[in-house]
Design a protein around this ligand. Sequence first.
Ligand code: 5AD
Length: 420
Amino acid sequence: MNEYDSDRIINSLSANPVKNPSDADIIIVNTCAIREKADHKAVSAVGKYKKLKIKNPDLIIGMAGCVAQLYGKKLIKQIPHLDFVIGPREIPKLRDLVFDIKESASHRKINTSMDVEEVFKINPYHKEGKVNGFVSIQQGCNKKCAYCIVPTVRGNEINRPLKEILEESRLLINQGAKELTFIGQTVNSWKYKGERFHDLLDYLQELDGLERIRFTTSFPRDITSKMVSSMKENSKVCRQLHLPVQSGSNRILKQMKRAYSIEWYRDSVQKLKEAMPDLSLSTDIIVGFSDESEKDFQQTMDLIEEIKFDTIYSFKYSIRPGTPGELMNTHINDDVALDRLHLLQSRQREISLENNLKQVNKSYKVLVESATKNNPNEFFGRTSQNKAVYIKDIDKKYIGRIVEITKKQAFQNSFIGELT
Ligand code: 5AD
């Protein structure tokens, strides 16, 4: 989501990105507020550019994204070399904003309005020939999860019109994209004028030149049987689903206000796996939320043992300002939460490797994306299940093509493969 917004920022300014910040005329730090650590990082990143501003007073420095939205005016007060803050919904106004600042040198700007029409107006920057791209289908979120700051900083769910989704997709395909990832906070709740997410998958399947469809993030409660069959029937839809469970305990899920039980989650996974046995599942887990007990945590450990996710993104609960979680005074000890996180992560590392080892000497279709950074004779691609595969000594003509690869060696997060 943030990467997508960064690409929209570049496009809205028709900017040429530079490698070295000292070569820039404008520096915009795009930020994430999901956990406290991320939001501290954002403020210190802006701090780093102070020296450049002293050297070059014409340099414009801005902060975009969720931290900008959250603290707006406070940041402008606290950081004297910051020229503007702009929230995620205001990106379509960025061009005018920068223009205004250039015209009236000392004028510092705060753009954090939530009622912006045409939130999807700016398309992302896409490098000609890049094999994969992102298309936003939804902004904001309507699920009021107790721990989560997203509804505060990104607002309520707005679904993008079907026509715009198809137009942006065609644009990226014309620029060389073969694989598109459709993004939103809870993508599978997408609906527009009577069309639902499963209908959208059917439309996307019809896009000429598109080879692969991915989407993220899905919300468990919004998995429908129509969605499952649409995933199964549409050959371009990849066998990969990111389905955040957050906890294995019903007691904690209830406090989190996740609107599903662990039985519902398990049942959905079963339906998905029955329809698509080769589906790869990943999830998000928060440990240490509220008064999570040893028993609650054990239920999370039991769940990962049962489902054997390929990847888990796991986090220690971080209290966020203005969320219902902030008002709960049931928080557990930080060290206990950290111990649980480490336990979860170390078991998951083993599971990921065990899953991957089972795939050695089997053949998979890999979309070759690019040469690797350090070796022009080594190429990187991904399977339909989103597994990273490194392939040596193939011709670069394979970039952008789907090839049959045999996995020869497995690691926790990747494979080495050869043309079959
Ligand atoms: N503390 C820790 N993790 C969080 N997430 C969201 N809010 C918080 C928070 N306050 C995690 C969830 C979500 C992922 C994007 O970030 O697991 O799915």
